[in-house]
Design a protein around this ligand. Sequence first.
Ligand code: CTP
Ligand code: MG
Length: 226
Amino acid sequence: MSIDAVVLAAGRGTRFGGDAPKQYLPLDGSTVLARALDAFLAHAAIRRVVAVIGAGDEGAFRAAVGPRADRVEVVTGGDTRQASVAAALAHLAVDPPERVLVHDGARPFLSAALIDRVARALDDADAVIPAVPVADTLKRIDHGRVAGTVPRDGLAQAQTPQGFRFAALRAAHAAMPGGATDDAMVMEAAGHPVRVVEGERTNHKITTPDDLPAARLTYPAVGKGF
Ligand code: CTP
Ligand code: MG
């Protein structure tokens, strides 16, 4: 039974801003993307690791990941997250794995235990996501005023890595054009049930600049060594 990993790094980081996409930024002696890749490169259950990068980003990628570049397969992404995933799936389809884990390169703090939890849940599911219950009270805002409170019962934040039976995910992507912001959406649209396992509150996605210093303060030991 083979498990491959796809780490997405073809986004432009428009909400973060700045010169370089957020996945290439330094993080405690390493970089955001290098940390995300390391989780999969260091995991014994993972066969191949594919990094999806933007056209023309080869130099930034090599600079950000150093010698890891020789241990990952690089694929050029697309204009949307979904197109970037589809490019990686087409690449893997030449020698398809049984299972694939798809991870945001902008999430550097995942643990080996989370990878295990997602991969193992695929024993009896086609699609698995890690999620954490919404902790804050949710408000609907209209023109700077509270227009209502959204009951948070049953609401959760979806994380990555998300795990799939490869053949099912590939077929679902082929059937759904468009702008899914995660792969579970693609599977939901194809009618597959999606299993939920416990996510990690520490598994933040770097989205805006305040995510990065906050992450550094909370996890000072992260990223030692390259
Ligand atoms: N991603 C990708 N290809 C795209 C868009 C996004 O590979 N065309 C990746 C990003 O690199 C990131 C993950 O998908 O690792 C989650 O996307 P997001 O957090 O939205 O990152 P960006 O799209 O880069 O940021 P923004 O939406 O602010 O531009
Ligand atoms: Mg985006």
